[in-house]
Design a protein around this ligand. Structure first.
Ligand code: NAD
Length: 480
């Protein structure tokens, strides 16, 4: 399939995936899928209903005892076959993400496709290991799969967010009902094509597309769902936690962020600014871990702003299928309007425009926003406190390390962050003081085995690696 060469025919998916089969939905509601680079409707999926959720949860419940009893090596073999089936679709996945989300194709191949394949590969290896058992006094402590998992995922990394839940849940011995984002459901269908090809046992993974208020709420509130694993906004996470609390069901929440990038006076400024800007603009800034607050020592502040003004030019918004494009559109008209309002408010609040802003010419169609750098952003202002989820970087000066740490921690979020210093020991000491789940020191690379998750309102629990699998386990003590 070459989605770039010509406008594709409508990509229509008509079924849910329940009990190992493609089945008709209960209703004939449909959800259109838009190409955010043009505004054209390019696809369509069913709009699921609570009745569909009931059916999918029943299938997952029925499959649970058998899957939970399957030997770890056999579960790993299933995941290995899934990895192969998914890898065979890598090109189609990248193009589909570009089509329904607008991620530039080169980036979509690397991050939207390569990253979930890497995560799935890591889960194949971890799934083969039996759950750890330990003896504590007269107790044998064992770990068991939690049961049926309701997985609800966002649109910004449509395959990665799904794999980061489904793969560890399956590795732990759980069964799953997935509700992907209604904005990017086509990518999830490619995963289920791979699941079908890999021959996973019937009912182990089920797909019910639909909207959050209908399918998402039905899944989060379902009495037979043991754990709700959610990635998305903090507001929706709060709603899901309320729904799950009614029956004391467990929740794992991966939520928003407003991460700080601390550039100390002795840092390699050119690298820190270049990497920091790239991080903030990744996927048009629609990244939960984006370092959206750049904190720069006053001695290097003017220099950093000059570097930023020059570097932004490389991120010209354009056609995401063009190999030269580094910045695509935002996912929707509503998201683009929200981001523009944030920029206008920041300017009204006294921030100084360094690059971008409302007057930059943009492609005539699609939901584009110019990459924007704002300086002198007050640490208490809306731009420094609220998640924008667009290509907007707030730059804030600081006088010393204590002030930098105080500004970084002045946030209701705590997902990610970065520290740059010529002295790695100093940078590590600062990293330890940040109230956040991940910190990269001097550009330290992404580690798919490291625990991923947030402090404060960025979430509850951890994904990825062995920690990610443990999230889907109960702990039992047997006394002898
Ligand atoms: P969102 O909260 O609007 O939607 C996420 C998912 O929840 C979607 O599938 C949606 O349909 C569903 N949903 C919406 N309302 C619901 C409800 N009332 N009940 C049940 N489900 C409901 O978030 P989004 O706009 O898709 O994604 C952007 C947000 O996700 C950002 O805030 C971003 O920071 C966050 N995010 C966090 C992480 C992380 O790992 N911490 C990763 C990616 C995105």
């Amino acid at each position: 399939m070459d989605l770039a060469a010509a406008p594709p025919a409508l990509l229509v998916r008509r079924h849910l995936h329940v009990g190992g089969e493609w089945v008709d939905p209960a209703d004939d509601d449909v959800i259109p899928v838009e190409n955010p680079a043009t505004g054209d409707i390019v696809g369509q999926v069913p709009g699921g209903t609570p009745a569909d959720v009931d059916r999918a949860v029943a299938a997952a419940r029925a499959a649970f005892p058998g899957w939970a009893a399957t030997a770890p090596a056999e579960r790993a073999a299933h995941l290995d076959r899934l990895h192969a089936a998914l890898a065979a679709r890598a090109d189609e996945i990248a193009r589909t993400v570009t089509l329904e989300l607008g991620t530039p194709l080169k980036l979509a191949a690397r991050v939207q496709t390569g990253l979930p394949l890497t995560v799935l590969r890591s889960m194949v290896d971890l799934a083969a290991r039996p759950a750890a058992e330990e003896t504590v006094g007269n107790s044998l402590v064992v770990r068991e799969p939690v049961g049926v998992v309701g997985a609800i995922t966002p649109w910004n990394y449509p395959l990665h967010q799904v794999v980061a839940k489904v793969a560890p849940a399956l590795a732990a011995g759980c069964t799953v009902v997935l509700k992907p984002s209604e904005l990017t459901p086509l990518t999830a269908y490619l995963l289920f094509d791979a699941i079908t090809e890999a021959g996973l046992p019937a009912g182990v993974v089920n797909l019910v597309p639909g909207t959050g208020p209908v399918v998402g709420e039905a899944l989060a509130a379902h009495p037979d769902v043991d754990l709700v694993s959610f990635t998305g906004s903090t507001a929706t996470g709060r709603r899901i936690a309320h729904l799950a609390a009614d029956r004391i069901a467990r929740v794992a929440l991966e939520l928003g962020g407003k991460s700080a990038n601390l550039i100390l006076a002795d840092a390699d400024l050119a690298t820190a600014v270049k990497v920091g800007l790239g991080n903030a603009l990744l996927n048009s800034g629609q990244t939960c871990t984006a370092w959206t607050r750049m904190l720069v020592h006053r001695d290097r502040y003017a220099e950093a702003l000059d570097l930023l003004a020059a570097a932004v030019g490389a991120y010209r918004p354009g056609d995401p299928f063009d190999p030269a494009t580094r910045l695509g559109p935002l996912v929707s008209a509503a998201q683009a309007a929200r981001v523009r309002r944030h920029v206008e408010r920041a300017l009204a609040d006294g921030a100084r425009l360094v690059a971008g802003g409302p007057d930059i010419p943009l492609p005539p169609r699609g939901h584009f926003v110019a990459p924007t750098v704002l300086a002198d952003v007050h640490p208490d202002s809306a731009l420094a406190q609220e998640e924008v989820f667009g290509p907007v970087l707030a730059v804030i000066p600081f006088a010393d390390t204590d002030e930098a740490v105080a500004i970084a921690n002045n946030s209701r979020y705590g997902l990610a962050g970065a520290v740059w210093s010529a002295d790695e020991e100093v940078a590590l000491a600062v990293a330890r003081r940040l109230r956040t789940g991940q910190v990269d020191v001097n550009g330290g690379g992404f580690n798919p085995l490291a625990p991923f998750g947030g402090y404060k309102q960025s979430g509850l629990g951890r994904e990825l690696g062995a920690y990610g699998i443990d999230e889907f386990r109960e702990i039992k003590a047997i006394q002898r």
